[in-house]
Design a protein around this ligand. Structure first.
Ligand SMILES: [Zn+2]
Length: 295
């Protein structure tokens, strides 16, 4: 597909408008392996997905075709439930199941959508407590787009989310390694892969424009998702955004050793989602565990 990419300047569109780039650690600390919270209770059901080998990050093929567009489950949207105030227990480091973790994120998004966020866990006390160690309850992989900030649109605070971001929310060894650390050492029960409406990186990949410098690697990594979505009816960019999030989530369920093992032992669930810019609404696209699909 690389040879089919036409050379022009269109792919720069998704970088315009940003004036400052910030690179910060998701929270790795070797000492935290010892003071991490206990393993969370296992989700009820996890499907057995066990290909012989793990795909190698961004360049890996999808083990099985992933539907480019999953029918949005009405009940899976943040608007399905009325906004609820953040419970007092959010201030504590508690072990959550994947189901509970997802519910907490959906509730937080509902508050955000309704314009009534509670901004939990952002006090100086919380900050000081977290200096002893972290115990996030969800991993979020999403785009670097300045309009897609997980702690904001999920209404969470310090120490709640283990966030990994890059343009196009693509997978590579660094992203997967970061997730493995969070799963293996911090015992995080949920991975949320979030694409977003009108993603500039995906738009560039769909347009097939020139991608100079290292931007090319981003566009190339999105090509498989563009391929999956190219024959789908409807908006090509949005279809590719959905396909990219679902493909990423699907790949993660097969990555050895830690992620695949955690899923097989019902300690981890991977969820694909799409974020809508104007409304702030999070749409759940696909879950690795059927038992969670009722949400
Ligand atoms: Zn984006």
């Amino acid at each position: 597909m690389q040879n089919q990419i036409k050379r022009n300047r269109i792919s720069f569109r998704w970088l315009k408008g940003s004036t400052i780039a910030v690179l910060i650690c998701s929270g790795y600390s070797p000492s935290q392996a010892e003071d991490a919270k206990p393993a969370p209770a296992a989700p009820a059901v996890v499907p057995a997905v066990a290909p012989a080998t793990a795909p190698a990050a961004a360049a890996a093929p999808v083990p099985a075709p992933v539907p480019a567009v999953a029918p949005p489950a009405a009940a899976a949207t943040a608007t399905a439930a009325p906004p609820a105030a953040a419970p007092a227990s959010e201030a504590k480091d508690v072990s959550l199941t994947a189901d509970q973790a997802l519910q907490r994120l959906i509730a937080g998004n509902a508050r955000y959508v309704a314009g009534s966020p509670t901004h939990p866990n952002q006090t100086p006390q919380r900050r000081a407590e977290l200096a002893k160690g972290q115990s996030p309850f969800a991993i979020v992989l999403t785009c670097s787009d300045s309009r897609v900030a997980p702690e904001l649109f999920l209404d969470q605070g310090l120490g709640d989310l283990f966030v990994i971001r890059n343009a196009g929310n693509i997978l590579d060894d660094h992203v997967i390694g970061s997730m493995e650390y969070a799963v293996e050492h911090l015992h995080v029960p949920l991975v949320l892969v979030v694409g977003h409406e009108k993603c500039g990186a995906v738009s560039a990949a769909v347009a097939g424009g020139e991608a100079p410098g290292h931007i090319r690697s981003v566009v190339d990594a999105l090509e498989p998702a563009v391929e999956l979505a190219k024959n789908m009816p409807g908006d090509k960019v949005d279809n590719a955004v959905r396909a990219n999030a679902q493909r990423g989530a699907e790949i993660l369920t097969h990555v050895e050793p830690f992620l695949k093992e955690a899923i097989s032992h019902a300690k981890l669930v991977v969820v694909a989602a799409r974020y809508e810019l104007a409304t702030g609404r999070l749409e759940i696209l696909k879950e690795s565990t059927p038992s969670l699909s009722k949400h």
